[in-house]
Design a protein around this ligand. Structure first.
Ligand code: B3K
Ligand code: ZN
Length: 878
């Protein structure tokens, strides 16, 4: 029989805590079997609360004893159940002490205290602290923590926790201890400890106020030569936050620890970041450019959380985007300043459109500030993070750099030390700038990607150009008839010579070459004056709002913008729109059973981009990237995976053949000599070189041979992986030999092996699923390591649409088995996998039925609330 559905938590039910916890003293006796946690909490009634009984969270704790103000509590004063300890009639202020036993050695969910390899580590956000000891495990309860750790000295020479180190020393029986003090109040989700046999690299940073901060990066001994890039990134991030936001670090030490078993990328625990080793370890021969950039971004992100998340935190988990949206915006800008700004924006938007827009159009669609959840872990989404960042970006752009800085200064000053809401953030933006941002709030409250339809009319007599905008926000589960949003549309009018026309929005008014139109109504018209010739409008420059914009460009207009738009982002976007149209046209031809043709001029436009000597190689590489099947599918009534795949492959080979000479010349010109450098210029050149290689490989045997040569040269991991992915994708004669060579070189490096699993899982070959199944038996694979699950199973389900959506349903069945197998051990990772099925309604009837059957089978049995929420909402939501 099916159990009652799990409980839904709602924003409208938020109540301030009835009690506050001022100080926390924890003492850990870390053991191989059973760890003892002694806690001492100084608790007092919250003047804003109701008093009465106090319910502390606690899950999977084995209680040893509990004392109130030093005395053992009698049974009629408290209750313990599976998820709490309730004090029935606590005094106004008191000290609660307890001892519990927990079992990190059995913790496969990687939440709370667990073991990764030979070390102990923690992950408490959002609700993992309750698996360690009794607590008010909610972000609006902030306390000062002191932590004592005790463990075997030989096995765990390094003992770390939050804050500053206070004392350490040896104990009897080969054990030792360390005490850490965190003077800055924090919520329990930021608690962390690490114990292990680790090595570190060290550096230091002096803050503008004169504080010297000791920086250490802890890793397993064999990885000590892969830490320099992360350390450099950390120092750059600290300096950047001082310069851009006037924020400096507040403790004497900043420690980062890399662990192999981690559910996500990294965690911003106060003074003790715990990282997935993927976002720390890099060496030219083991990590790609993407890895290097990812490390810089994530190191920055976690560091920036110190102010946006830690010192100012969330009142409740519905406010997650308060810290995540803002911090993603900050890390995006940091990366843009460190590297290639234009390319960074394109990459961020490409990801947003391909994946966040899909989420916003799925049964799991939710506002960046959701109003209900079953399992909060399911809401660490692209919507909360990436769309959240876009919403902060719109506000930053509307205010302009000076007012935005004034507004963030106000935010930091007004709310330091508090747990606040997204409304508090927007209020600071409005108060500091004097702008009315009332309509901005809709972006927080409503889900769905707004659609903006644009029409234009040129009047040569009056020399006016009118743009009419109609906006609408699609219905999403539980939300219909949404009000119009505030949508900033940065617009330029491009004249025949390719320059922006200087025009005004009022007859005789001040002219400018770029205008930010602030849409606020469902339908709105703007008339530009002084428009001496019919322009091509360049709309939504820099992707000034996260919307789908639809304007009826002629193909020629798009090619013109590709060549001339002064906005680099829109040059790229014009190319994307053009190629999207071409590909969708080819799919139609395929469905109609006629030959796939490419309209005149398109290949020429590609050739021009390739040969454009003014353009940065990195941007050319972006222009030449074909839109993904996932993104293209969103423009079809019913997604036709096979048609889309065939169209992309046909166009790719056509470009490869038609531009063979130019591509070969470009490839040759981009060969690099000397040491690998992860500089923006070098990354850009490699990116173009490898894009070009992709075209060459799909067009001829000579191109395939180039892949093999590039692989054999082993120049750096970026080039090796680009070649390996192309080789693994098809029927290359050297395929097995090259894959075996790679495996024998890297069998002992877990992160590099993830890449090897990944390219095989993403291969379009018809034997891919069998291969994936076989690889699950490989000695380097483990269902208990999230990176491995993502590299093999996640890549197959999310990055291999052709094979995952195989018509016989084998991909879906495979996923079902993996989800059910994983769920009891690690529900968070299992729930991530189920998402691959959430948009089942977008496919043909046969596939729909098969995907739906899998979802129904999943909800019919007792699964975790994580998996239940995704599967049941996928079935219900429209
Ligand atoms: N705040 C963490 C994410 C925690 C996820 C919990 N399921 C990492 C980050 O966003 O920086
Ligand atoms: Zn974050």
């Amino acid at each position: 029989m099916k159990e009652a559905s799990p409980r839904t938590i709602r924003l409208k039910d938020y109540q301030p805590p009835d009690y506050l916890i001022e100080t926390v003293d924890l003492s850990f006796d870390l053991r191989e079997q059973g760890t003892r946690v002694v806690s001492r909490l100084a608790i007092k009634r919250n003047p804003q609360g109701k008093g009465g009984a106090l319910k502390l969270n606690g899950e999977g704790l084995e209680p040893v004893w509990t004392r109130l103000n030093g005395s053992e509590m009698s049974a009629d004063h408290y209750r313990i159940d599976e998820e709490s300890l309730t004090l029935l009639d606590p005094p106004e202020a008191f000290v609660l002490e307890s001892e519990v036993i927990i079992a990190p050695e059995k913790n496969t969910a990687l939440e709370g205290l667990y073991r990764s390899g030979g070390m102990f580590c923690t992950q408490c956000e959002p609700e993992g602290f309750r698996k360690i000891t009794w607590f008010l495990d909610r972000p609006d309860v902030m306390a000062c923590f002191t932590v004592r750790l005790e463990a075997d000295k030989a096995q765990y020479p390094v003992l770390l926790s939050n804050g500053n180190p206070r004392e350490s020393g040896d104990l009897a029986d080969g054990r030792h201890y360390a005490v850490w003090d965190d003077p800055i109040p924090k919520p329990s989700y930021l608690f962390a400890l690490v114990a292990g046999d680790l090595r570190y690299i060290e550096d230091s940073h002096s803050t503008p106020s004169g504080r010297t901060v000791q920086l250490r990066l802890y890793v397993e001994p064999e990885n000590i030569d892969k830490c320099d890039h992360a350390m450099r990134s950390l120092i750059n991030a600290m300096r950047w936050d001082e310069e851009k936001y006037g924020r400096e670090y507040d403790l004497d030490v900043y420690n980062v620890v890399a662990v192999n078993d981690f559910n996500m990328g990294a965690m911003e625990n106060k003074g003790l970041n715990v990282f997935n080793s993927k976002y720390v370890l890099a060496r030219a021969d083991t990590a790609t450019d993407t890895d290097f950039l990812g490390i810089e971004g994530v190191i920055g992100h976690e560091y920036f959380h110190n102010w946006t998340g830690n010192r100012i935190t969330c009142r409740d988990w519905f406010q997650l985007s308060l810290k995540e949206g803002f911090t993603v915006f900050r890390d995006q800008e940091f990366s843009a300043d460190m590297g290639a700004r234009g390319v960074k924006r394109i990459e961020d938007v490409r990801m947003l459109r391909a994946h966040q827009f899909a989420e916003d159009a799925s049964p799991m669609a939710h506002p960046i500030r959701p109003d209900s959840y079953i399992e909060i872990n399911n809401f660490y989404t692209l919507t909360v993070y990436e769309k959240g960042a876009e919403v902060v970006r719109m506000q930053a752009n509307l205010l302009g750099p000076e007012l935005f800085r004034k507004a963030t200064d106000l935010y930091f000053e007004r709310h330091d030390g508090q747990a606040v809401t997204t409304e508090d953030f927007v209020r600071c933006m409005a108060d500091a700038s004097g702008k009315d941002l009332g309509q901005m709030q809709h972006w927080y409250d409503y889900a769905g990607t707004p659609q903006v339809k644009v029409q234009s009319e040129y009047d040569p007599e009056a020399q006016t150009f009118a743009l009419t905008f109609e906006q609408s926000v699609p219905d999403t589960p539980g939300q219909t008839n949404k009000p119009p949003f505030l949508i900033p549309i940065v617009t330029g009018l491009v004249g025949a010579d390719g320059d922006d026309l200087s025009v005004s929005l009022e007859a005789g008014g001040e002219t400018a070459t770029e205008h930010t139109l602030q849409l606020t109504q469902a339908k709105q018209q703007y008339v530009f004056h002084g428009v001496a010739q019919k322009p091509v409008p360049s709309l939504l420059r820099g992707f000034s709002a996260p919307v789908n914009l639809d304007y009826g460009y002629a193909d020629d207009d798009l090619m013109f913008l590709m060549a001339h738009d002064s906005d680099g982002f829109n040059r790229w976007d014009a190319a994307q729109t053009l190629v999207r149209r071409v590909l969708l046209g080819m799919v139609q031809q395929y469905q109609d059973g006629v030959e796939m043709l490419v309209p005149d001029g398109v290949l020429e436009a590609f050739r021009r981009s390739l040969l454009d000597e003014q353009a940065q190689p990195a941007l050319v590489a972006e222009v030449l990237a074909l839109p993904s099947i996932g993104y293209l599918g969103d423009f079809m009534e019913t997604v036709d995976i096979d048609g889309l795949h065939l169209a992309r492959e046909t166009l790719r080979a056509m470009i490869g053949r038609e531009l063979d000479r130019e591509l070969n010349d470009t490839y040759a010109a981009l060969q690099e000599a000397g040491e690998y450098q992860p500089t923006p210029q070098a990354i850009g050149r490699r990116s173009l070189k490898n894009r070009v290689l992709g075209y060459l490989a799909s067009a001829s045997l000579a191109g395939e041979e180039l892949c093999r040569q590039q692989y054999l040269a082993q120049h750096n991991m970026t080039d090796v992986m680009a070649a390996l992915a192309l080789i693994a994708d098809g029927d290359h004669a050297a395929r097995e030999e090259v894959l075996a060579d790679f495996e024998s070189r890297w069998r002992r490096d877990a992160l590099v092996m993830d890449k090897w699993f990944g390219v095989q899982a993403m291969s379009n070959r018809s034997d891919t699923l069998d291969r994936v199944k076989a690889l699950m038996q490989h000695h380097a694979f483990s269902m208990h390591n999230p990176n491995k699950v993502r590299a093999l199973i996640g890549a197959f389900a999310n990055a291999n649409p052709v094979r995952f959506h195989a018509a016989d349903g084998s991909g879906y069945e495979f996923l079902k088995k993996r989800v059910l197998e994983l769920d009891p051990a690690n529900p968070q990772i299992a729930a991530r996998l189920v998402r691959a099925l959430s948009r089942w309604r977008r496919y043909d009837e046969d596939r729909q039925a098969k995907m739906r059957a899998v979802l129904e089978a999943i909800v019919a049995i007792k699964v975790s609330k994580d998996v239940y929420e995704i599967a049941s909402k996928s079935l219900d939501g429209g």
